[in-house]
Write a protein that binds this ligand. Structure first.
Ligand code: SF4
Length: 501
């Protein structure tokens, strides 16, 4: 806003303004202090961080949001979600309470945790404000995260946080309360005595949850809410503020287009919401000490996810796969640790109908290319392409006639999918029903995780019981190579004697 009296600047003061100095001056920003554990993220960050921190902090938060979304898609109960999320938060985005800080080192840790939480929220806000769908999903997952933390907060600290917000909640005076006591009692479920509660008047749009449940008395556009419903009010406030901010951010986004450091990172993050592809590193697929050779692929295929399992079955049946199937499978095999020489041997032995000359001239180059042994740009030389993630496989166009690549959960008809699952030994009716439902809602990787959990339930139970793995080791699978590694390790651990045996 331009001030109306701007032309009345004192001439002496005006003379002191050095425009050159102002143009090149380094802006001095106030460092944020974080008096509370919780944050409504009203103030954007201003301090400098490195590009590595920018990316890593965003990836760490993305892991949490993707897992929260997956829990909700899988209809996990609040207790199950708690068990799933708590260790991940501890690992990637811890947020300690003030009472945990008792000395200088602890203060610094607290500050760093809160700074990371604050900055990572704003980085992802940038990444997920571009489309309405992303904004909606981001706001939903962030609200769930906020609710989770709010409920876990120390009650005194939570009180101090709420007081600091200066929310527009008007306390209801004694006279008015007495006047409408009967209405309050009738429209507020579970209420014992009207006088035992502190009541607030808030705009009804601010408490949609309560209005929807018909759990608040309404008069003249205001909802009368008991103090114990604070959670509902705070959540609504958090969501409303975030949705407004995301709208504003989306309008400012075009100005970032020319920043060639941040734009690629933000694009990469936004493409991978829900799959958290960006959190996968190639070494994650390798299993130390496992014998991964051409001759062991048949027996290892029991640990492959359905996309790779069906490629393997097709290869064994037809002694051939078309180009995209070969590429998808070769990269996966590379990801589990099959060497280039062994991979060439594997394909050579699998293509039984081909002569050596045909194999060498038509297929060998592509395998070497996938491993980065030939071709490729300088950056990829020696590494080749990374193994495909679920996001990549799910996002590719439908395979044509005779092609076998892709994800069966996405690219097969439901009946063919169920037939394939049964052929690989999945017969539990409840699981198959869940898969049909997931696929109907286009939650393909959730269906895949459902099958994984069912086919490994005994092993998962064992590693949890003997403490070998925590819930953080069992987050949602979003990469075929993670599926393989987890399956392989679980089966090995299940064979080992229990720790306390
Ligand atoms: Fe493969 Fe991912 Fe599809 Fe599972 S969800 S079958 S791992 S692409």
């Amino acid at each position: 806003m331009i001030r109306q009296d701007a032309h009345r600047i004192d001439p002496k003061r005006r003379a002191t303004i050095d425009h050159k100095k102002r143009q090149f001056a380094v802006p001095i920003y106030k460092q944020q202090d974080y008096p509370h554990r919780l944050n409504l993220y009203d103030t954007p960050p201003t301090a400098e961080i490195t590009l590595e921190q920018f990316e890593q902090w965003a990836i760490d938060r993305l892991r949490i949001l993707a897992e929260i979304e997956a829990c909700s898609y899988r209809n996990k109960s609040p207790g199950e979600t708690d068990t799933q999320i708590t260790p991940l938060l501890q690992k990637y985005l811890p947020l300690s309470s003030n009472t945990s800080s008792s000395n200088g080192a602890a203060d610094l840790r607290l500050r760093n945790e809160r700074q990371k939480d604050h900055y990572s929220h704003f980085i992802l806000r940038l990444a997920f404000s571009a489309t309405e769908d992303l904004r909606r999903r981001f706001a939903r997952a962030e609200t769930m995260l906020f609710r989770f933390r709010f409920q876990k907060d120390d009650s005194r600290e939570r009180r101090a946080f709420i007081d600091s917000l200066n929310l527009d909640w008007e306390p209801v005076g004694e006279e008015e309360r007495n006047e409408i006591a009967e209405h309050l009692a009738n429209s507020t479920p579970g209420l014992h005595r009207v006088n035992d509660e502190t009541w607030y008047k808030v705009d009804w749009e601010k408490v949609p949850e309560l209005v929807e449940r018909r759990s608040a008395y309404m008069r003249r556009g205001k909802a009368y809410v008991p103090g114990r419903e604070q959670l509902s009010m705070i959540m609504a406030e958090f969501t409303a503020r975030l949705e407004r901010s995301l709208e504003l951010t989306s309008r400012a986004l075009p100005r970032l287009d020319e920043d060639d450091r941040l734009t690629p990172i933000l694009n990469h993050l936004s493409k991978n919401f829900g799959s958290a592809e960006s959190v996968y590193t190639e070494s994650e697929g390798h299993v130390d000490g496992a014998e991964i050779r051409a001759s062991s692929i048949d027996s290892l295929s029991q640990h492959f996810p359905l996309c790779m399992r069906s490629l393997h079955m097709n290869l064994r049946k037809n002694h051939h796969l078309k180009h995209f199937g070969r590429l998808q499978y070769t990269l996966f095999l590379k990801g589990i640790g099959l060497s280039l020489e062994e991979c060439i041997l594997f394909w050579r032995q699998s293509f039984k109908g081909k002569t050596d000359d045909e194999f060498n001239s038509q297929y060998k180059y592509n395998i070497r290319h996938a491993y980065g042994d030939v071709g490729g740009d300088v950056n990829r030389r020696g590494r080749g392409y990374p193994p495909y993630s679920c996001q990549k496989i799910l996002g590719d166009s439908n395979p044509g006639i005779g092609q076998t690549h892709g994800c069966p959960y996405r690219h097969y008809s439901v009946d063919n999918l169920v037939g394939l699952l049964q052929a690989t030994g999945v017969s539990d009716k409840e699981v198959l029903r869940g898969v049909r439902e997931d696929v109907g809602k286009q939650r393909y990787h959730i269906a895949c995780n459902r099958v994984f959990e069912s086919t490994h339930k005994n092993e998962i139970k064992k590693v949890k019981e003997d403490g070998t793995w925590s819930q953080a080791d069992l987050d949602t699978i979003v990469h075929p190579n993670t599926y393989f590694k987890r399956s392989y390790l679980l089966k090995q651990l299940a064979k080992a004697p229990s720790r306390d045996a």
